[in-house]
Design a protein. Structure first.
Length: 290
């Protein structure tokens, strides 16, 4: 098999592969930069929790309208925002911190969502909700994902300065600017929107993978924020393309294949990158000047 047949022919010959590649590109441009800020804000596990929080809303949309793009999207966004703001209110009104209250809400959300889908649907429908169907994206799904990507990029541009300040010194931002709560909750809204976007392609269990794994890999290679964002987006897109090809040639599910390829890139970075294991174990020689 030639290199063209292995790499280019699947995208040249099959429309579903081109739509999957377009969806992966949109997710890389929209969701992965949000993942970089999640990583820098030490909220990576919160992103995982929030990805499950959208499940009951999407499941209720499915229960009402079947596999309807609009109903599941609206339900997922509403459920995600309700869980995020409810966790924040509980954290402020009790002794629990926000991560603990969010963990409690996400566990209940995950269980409720699976039961709702299982109540009416088949196992195939449950797998679609949990693991997505990036190779089954249609034009309306692509339009939704690209629209959310556009909103996300605009929101990040608008909140960029306060987000950067909050990543490195949240207390300073609260002291000098009234933008702190706007940046915090605005960013959480962007996280929910991108998780819903990723949900349609990769499912609720896989959506956070394309956000966090490329961001973690990029963090090991560079310290500059601009370079980190560019590298994370590149890794996400390349990982998505390789995952699609792996799924095409081996008949494995595309969503898990994409996340697995991004995970392999992370482990390679963990070993070989300047911020990885080998570099940090090398002896540092200090020269004394006279």
């Amino acid at each position: 098999m030639s290199l063209f047949e292995l790499v280019a022919a699947p995208f040249a010959d099959f429309g579903f592969m081109r739509r999957g590649l377009a969806g992966v590109l949109a997710l890389a441009l929209g969701a992965t930069p949000v993942g970089v800020f999640l990583l820098l804000r030490r909220m990576s596990l919160m992103g995982e929790a929030m990805s499950h929080a959208i499940l009951p809303g999407a499941a209720l949309g499915y229960l009402a309208c079947g596999l309807s793009l609009g109903a599941m999207t609206v339900g997922g966004v509403v459920a995600g925002l309700v869980v995020v703001f409810a966790a924040g209110l509980v954290a402020r009104a009790s002794n629990l911190k926000e991560d603990a209250s969010l963990a409690a809400f996400y566990l209940l959300s995950l269980a409720a969502g699976v039961m709702i889908v299982s109540y009416r649907g088949r196992n195939l429908d449950l797998l679609h909700v949990l693991f997505g169907s990036v190779l089954a994206l249609d034009d309306s799904s692509l339009l939704l994902i690209t629209a959310i990507t556009s909103v996300s990029l605009f929101g990040l541009a608008l909140l960029f300065r306060p987000l950067v300040l909050e990543c490195f010194d949240a207390a300073f931002l609260r002291a000098v600017s009234r933008w702190s709560p706007v940046a915090h909750y605005g960013f959480l809204v962007l996280v929910v929107l991108n998780l819903v976007s990723g949900f349609h392609a990769l499912g609720t269990l896989m959506a956070v993978g394309i956000m966090i794994l490329p961001a973690a890999s990029a963090r090991l290679w560079t310290r500059g924020l601009a370079a980190m964002l560019a590298l994370a987006v590149t890794l996400a897109f390349v990982g998505g393309a390789v995952g699609l090809l792996l799924s095409f040639h081996t008949d494995v599910p595309a969503g898990p294949a994409i996340v697995l390829v991004c995970g392999i890139a992370y482990f390679v970075s963990l070993i070989a990158a300047p911020g990885g294991l080998i570099a940090n174990r090398l002896p540092v020689h200090r020269h004394l000047s006279s």
